[in-house]
Design a protein around this ligand. Structure first.
Ligand SMILES: [Zn+2]
Length: 207
């Protein structure tokens, strides 16, 4: 339905939907994303919906696993953050990364991280200070940029998601122990909601 009138931009864009974000304990968060070989209209729509969902949740990044799709697709926008970040060459944000790879990690940063799939949990995580991102855009063009600070952190967090890795896996042992009860409760809540029909499944029925 959303694609019947693509030539009317305002209708096309107003059709973006906010998707349900999968929470800790959902098995899709542990799946490695499939490589995207062809950018279909469904992938474009998914990317647009992910951007909308990320902004609605006040996030700076969102991976496809977080809206229930194990695909190599993520969106990032740190442009409104007060935390320092750098990008060379500078590309407009949000950036949409298809099949991203991280290359040449350098330096180290330790900072607070949270995750839209793990609400109310935050912890210091060690990441590379600088990293090169290589990916395709939605036109299938190769893009490469070097990033630092928060953008480098976001890229590492999101690419982890695409490989089924969560930031809780990168916490130090003491932090993980202190959060174990909270994570267990969240996992239990998530598992209790599985099996019920959700907005997410209906929204993505065409994929
Ligand atoms: Zn996350």
């Amino acid at each position: 339905m959303r694609f019947l009138l693509p030539y009317r931009a305002e209708l096309f864009y107003s059709a973006r939907v906010i998707l349900e974000i999968t929470k800790y304990g959902h098995p899709v968060l542990r799946e490695k994303g499939k490589r995207i070989d062809r950018i279909t209209p469904e992938i474009r729509q998914l990317a647009a919906d992910m951007i909308e969902t990320m902004y609605a949740a006040s996030g700076v990044g969102l991976a496809a696993q977080q809206i229930g799709q194990p695909l190599q697709l993520t969106v990032i926008d740190v442009s409104q953050s007060e935390q320092p970040w750098g990008m060379t060459p500078s590309l407009p944000q949000p950036v949409i990364l298809v099949n991203p790879q991280l290359l040449h990690p350098a330096g180290e940063q330790v900072g607070q991280e949270g995750c839209l799939s793990i609400p109310e949990v935050a912890a210091d995580i060690r990441r590379a200070e600088k990293i090169t991102v290589r990916a395709q855009d939605l036109d299938g063009n190769n893009i490469t940029f070097e990033c630092t600070g928060l953008l480098a952190r976001a890229a590492q967090h999101e690419v982890d998601h695409l490989n089924g890795i969560l930031f809780v896996d990168r916490m130090d042992a003491a932090t993980r122990v202190s959060l174990a009860g909270q994570l267990k409760r969240l996992q239990k809540e998530t598992l209790a909601t599985l099996g019920k029909p959700s907005r997410l499944r209906r929204a993505l029925a065409k994929l």
